[in-house]
Design a protein around this ligand. Structure first.
Ligand code: TYD
Length: 208
């Protein structure tokens, strides 16, 4: 019998607090003695981290929308081969901060309607979907002020402005309906501990 782990992803708009939630969940599960790999996209393997700097730093307009989809998908393919699949084959819990749903939203919606291209490339090169996706749903005005409060060189998508963030929020909620078998929506407009409690409850149930 082959072991197979659990593949969990966090999604949400910029500043939704999903990265903190992913970290807290990883700590909680490790505290229970589980083998956890905490990872992120774009990135999560040495090659994919190199691609991360290409897409998130420097002049964003040097990539066309289509090239950008290819770069995010290339990063994902490397991450899947080198990090995610080996860990799952070892029976580990993989917690990933963003995955293909982010490409469906950001590349699929923000520079025209490219969702069809994103999906085609996904079915060709990635195929795998998470076992469970936690959408941290949050008011973009709060999310944006949190995201802007952070320093850093990765400005690309946080410069979107409120309108596009509203569109992203609606898009993520629609995606949760579309893939209702694996999505759980969590109200992120609360203190971190309350959100974390919901996250833990849902994940522990999935692990049972
Ligand atoms: P991330 O590091 O998760 O930023 P944050 O913590 O602010 O959410 O992601 C970096 C940016 O990359 C984020 O603005 C979303 C974007 N992104 C895409 O556009 N497409 C993708 O496929 C992924 C994974 C991320």
């Amino acid at each position: 019998m082959t072991k197979s782990g659990l593949f969990l992803t966090f999604e949400g708009i910029d500043g939704s607090g999903k990265s903190s939630q992913a970290r807290m969940l990883a700590e909680h599960l490790r505290g229970q003695g589980r083998d956890v790999v905490l990872t992120r996209e774009p990135g999560g393997s040495p090659g994919a981290e190199e691609i991360r700097s290409l897409v998130l730093e420097g002049d964003p307009d040097r990539w066309s929308a289509e090239t950008e989809i290819l770069l995010f998908t290339a990063a994902r393919r490397d991450h899947l081969e080198r990090t995610i699949e080996p860990a799952l084959a070892d029976g580990k819990v993989v917690i990933c901060d963003r995955f293909a749903d982010s490409t469906r939203m950001y590349q699929g919606l923000s520079r025209g309607d490219l969702r069809g291209v994103v999906d085609q490339l996904h079915s060709l090169m990635i195929r795998r979907e998470p076992d469970l996706t936690l959408l941290i749903d949050m008011d973009p005005e709060i999310g944006l002020s949190r995201a802007k409060g952070r320093q850093g060189t990765e400005e690309r998508f946080e410069d979107f402005g409120l309108d596009l963030q509203q569109q992203m929020r609606a898009g993520f909620l629609a995606l949760a309906d579309e893939f209702s078998d694996r999505f759980r929506v969590i109200d992120g407009n609360r203190d971190m501990d309350s959100v974390a409690q919901d996250v833990t409850d849902i994940v522990l149930q999935a692990l049972r």
